[in-house]
Ligand binder design. Structure first.
Ligand code: NA7
Length: 541
C-alpha cells in the first residue's frame, strides 16, 4: 500500500454510488452513523455513469426504477415508460439535490485495497488516488455490472479502427452515423446498441453467438396524463416489491393461483397473446413459474416467442439464426432483454448477421474481423457488447484481505460464498448489498437495494445497540446458504444455459447459481427467521 495523501476515520465506508450505495448513505446518515461513499466515477449513478452508449436504457418501467421515498417520487417524472440513461442520470441529480448526498460522497476515488486490522477491528482502506480511510464496517455496493468483460480476441491490437466496450463508453460519445460498425454480443446491451446503430450506420455487422429471446418493450413517451396515471397507488406498488419474486409489482402466475397444468394449449396461447401485447417482462416474469421446472411448459413459451419473432424477419436464414426452430437453451433461464425495433433492423439492406456458432471469429485484422469462412468483415468501429464479470467482478477487482491474509479474490476462485447474500466467513465487518447469493440479478435493482439494504442497516443498528464491534458469518452458515441455492437451482432448468446467472459467462469463473433464486419473499423470510433467532449464523464479539 502506498503513502496516503489524506486519511479519514469512519463508522461505515460504503463503496459505490449507485442505487444500493446511495440508499445506505441516506439511511445510515439519518441514524447518526459517520458514513461516506467512495465512488470511482466523477458522478453518482453507478452503472448509469459508465453505460452511456447509444440506446442504453433500463428494462424496468420507470415507476419501479426509482427509490420508493415519497419525497423523491412525488416531484419526479420520467419522460418515457422505460427511461434512457440520460434521464436516469438526471434522476440521480434529482435524488442528490433532494437528499444532499454529494457532500458525503468522495468521487474519483477508486478503492484498490482493504485489509482488516484485527487488533483495531477495523478495515484499513486504500484508494488509487492515494486517499485512505479506516472504517469499522465496509459495505460494498459495487453493483452487478461494474467490471466489463473483454474477451481475449486474437489480433485486437492490429485493428486500425476504434474499439469500445459498452460498459466503459467514452463520456463524450461516439458518432455512429455513416460508420461501418460491428457489434459483438447480443445480450441486453447488444440489443440496445444494434437497434440504435442499424438505422444510421453505413453498415452494421452483428456477431451473434447465442440468440437473445428478446421481448417487445412497448416503449411509449409519457404526456402529463400518463405521468399522473403512473403515480396512482405508488405506495401499493412499492409495498408489492417485497411480495413478488423478482421485486416487481407483478409476479409469476402461480402466485395468482394459476398453473399451466389443466389448461389446454389453446388457452395458454390465448394468455400468451395478451401478455405479448402487454409486453415488457410480463411474458417472462409474469409467465407460469413452471417455465423454470417443466420442459413442456417451457417449450410452449419458447415456441410462442419464436413464432412471434419470426413474423418480423424477412430472410428465412436470418430468422433461423435469430429465433431458431429448436431452442438454444430453455426460455427465460438466461437474461431476456426488451427490444423496440431489434428484429426489423435485420431486414435492412445495410445489416449483416454473422452466426458465430457456424463461422467463429478467427481473429481481428487491420480492417475488421476475420471469420472462419475466410471473410473479412470490414469495420471502422468494433463495439464489444460482451458483458461483465457479473455480480462478483466489482468485488474481486479490489484487494480485500481478511485477518488471515487470504483475499476475497483467492477465496472465491473455487466458488462464491456469501451468507444471506451479505457476508462471507473470513471477512469480518464486510457486508454486501445487491451482491452475490442475494436476489440481486434476479430482481429489480432498486427493489433489492432498498429491501436488502434495510436488512443491512438493521444489522448495523443491532450491532451498535448491543455494543458489538465485530461480526462474521460462520463457515457452516456460508455452506448452508450456498447449499440452499445450489439445491434449488439443481431442480430448475437454469443449468441448461451458459449465462451470467450461472457465473459461466466468463472463461475460468467457477460455475454456480450466483443470485438467490428462491425469490424476494423467501429471501426476506430468511431474514425474519434469522432476526427472530438473534442473528444466529453470524458470530459476534
Ligand atoms: P451479457 O448479457 O452477458 O451479454 C454478453 C453478450 O456477449 C452475449 O451475447 C455473449 O454471448 C456475447 N459474448 C461474450 N463473450 C463473447 C465472445 N468471446 N465471443 C462472442 N460473443 C461473446 O452482457 P450485457 O452487457 O448485454 O448485459 C449484462 C447485464 O446488464 C444484463 O443482463 C442486464 O442485467 C444489465 P453468449 O450469450 O455468451 O453466447
Amino acid at each position: 500500500m502506498h503513502a496516503a495523501a489524506s486519511h479519514e476515520n469512519l463508522d461505515v465506508l460504503v463503496v459505490g454510488a449507485g442505487f444500493s450505495g446511495l440508499y445506505q448513505l441516506h439511511r445510515l446518515r439519518q441514524l447518526g452513523f459517520k458514513v461516506k461513499i467512495y465512488e470511482a466515477a466523477p458522478a453518482l449513478g453507478g452503472v448509469w455513469y459508465w453505460n452511456c452508449y447509444p440506446g442504453a436504457r433500463c428494462d424496468t418501467y420507470g415507476p419501479l426504477y426509482q427509490f420508493s421515498m415519497e419525497e423523491l417520487w412525488q416531484d419526479w417524472d420520467f419522460d418515457e415508460l422505460y427511461p434512457s440513461w440520460e434521464k436516469i442520470r438526471e434522476y440521480f441529480q434529482h435524488v442528490d439535490r433532494k437528499l444532499g448526498l454529494s457532500p458525503d460522497i468522495r468521487y474519483n476515488t477508486r478503492v484498490s485495497a482493504a485489509h482488516f486490522d484485527e487488533a483495531a477491528c477495523r478495515w484499513q482502506v486504500e484508494t488509487e488516488s492515494g486517499h485512505s480511510a479506516s472504517a469499522q464496517f465496509l459495505v460494498l455496493c459495487t453493483g452487478i455490472g461494474s467490471k466489463p468483460h473483454r474477451p481475449a480476441l486474437a489480433g485486437l491490437d492490429d485493428f486500425a479502427g476504434r474499439c469500445y466496450h459498452t460498459g466503459h463508453w467514452p463520456q463524450a460519445g461516439v458518432e455512429l452515423a455513416g460508420q461501418r460498425i460491428g457489434v459483438l454480443g447480443t445480450g441486453a446491451t447488444g440489443v440496445q446498441v444494434i437497434q440504435e446503430a442499424g438505422p444510421i450506420a453505413a453498415h452494421l455487422t452483428v456477431f451473434q453467438r447465442t440468440p437473445n429471446m428478446a421481448l417487445p418493450m412497448r416503449q411509449r413517451s409519457l404526456d402529463d396524463d400518463a405521468k399522473r396515471a403512473l403515480k396512482v397507488n405508488m405506495a401499493e406498488k412499492y409495498a408489492k416489491r417485497a411480495l413478488t419474486r423478482a421485486g416487481y409489482d407483478f409476479d409469476y402466475l402461480d402466485y395468482a393461483g394459476e398453473s399451466a397444468a389443466g389448461l389446454s394449449a389453446a388457452q395458454i396461447r390465448q394468455m400468451y397473446e395478451a401478455y405479448w401485447q402487454e409486453g415488457g417482462f410480463i411474458p417472462w416474469l409474469g409467465n407460469f413459474a413452471e417455465i423454470y421446472t417443466d420442459e413442456k411448459v417451457n417449450r410452449m413459451a419458447y415456441d410462442f416467442w419464436r413464432d412471434k419473432v419470426r413474423q418480423r424477419i424477412n430472410d428465412p436464414a436470418m430468422a433461423e439464426t435469430l429465433a431458431p426452430t429448436e431452442p438454444p437453451h430453455p426460455y427465460g433461464v438466461k437474461r431476456i432483454s426488451l427490444e423496440q425495433r431489434y428484429y426489423e433492423v435485420f431486414n435492412q439492406p445495410n445489416v449483416t448477421l454473422v452466426d458465430l456458432r457456424a463461422t467463429p471469429i478467427t481473429r481481428v485484422v487491420r480492417d475488421g474481423v476475420l471469420t472462419s469462412d475466410g471473410r473479412v468483415h470490414a469495420l471502422d468501429i468494433l463495439v464489444l457488447a460482451t458483458g461483465f464479470d457479473m455480480v462478483t467482478g466489482g468485488l474481486t477487482a479490489m484487494d480485500i484481505q481478511g485477518p488471515s491474509g487470504v483475499s476475497l479474490r483467492d477465496q472465491w476462485k473455487k466458488g462464491v460464498n456469501a451468507y444471506m447474500g451479505t457476508m462471507t466467513h473470513g471477512f469480518p465487518n464486510l457486508l454486501y448489498v445487491y451482491g452475490p447469493l442475494a436476489p440481486a440479478g434476479l430482481s429489480n435493482g432498486p427493489s433489492s437495494s432498498e429491501l436488502q439494504g434495510d436488512e443491512v442497516v438493521a444489522l448495523l443498528q443491532h450491532l451498535r445497540e448491543q455494543g458489538l464491534r465485530r461480526i462474521e458469518s460462520s463457515a457452516e452458515a456460508d455452506a448452508a446458504w450456498r447449499k440452499r441455492i445450489d439445491d434449488f437451482a439443481a431442480g430448475t432448468l437454469f443449468g441448461r444455459a451458459e449465462s451470467w446467472y450461472m457465473a459461466n459467462n466468463i472463461p475460468g469463473k467457477a460455475p454456480q447459481m450466483i443470485n438467490y433464486p428462491l425469490g424476494m419473499p423467501d429471501y426476506l423470510e430468511q431474514w425474519r427467521v434469522l432476526k427472530a433467532a438473534d442473528y444466529a449464523g453470524f458470530r459476534f464479539n
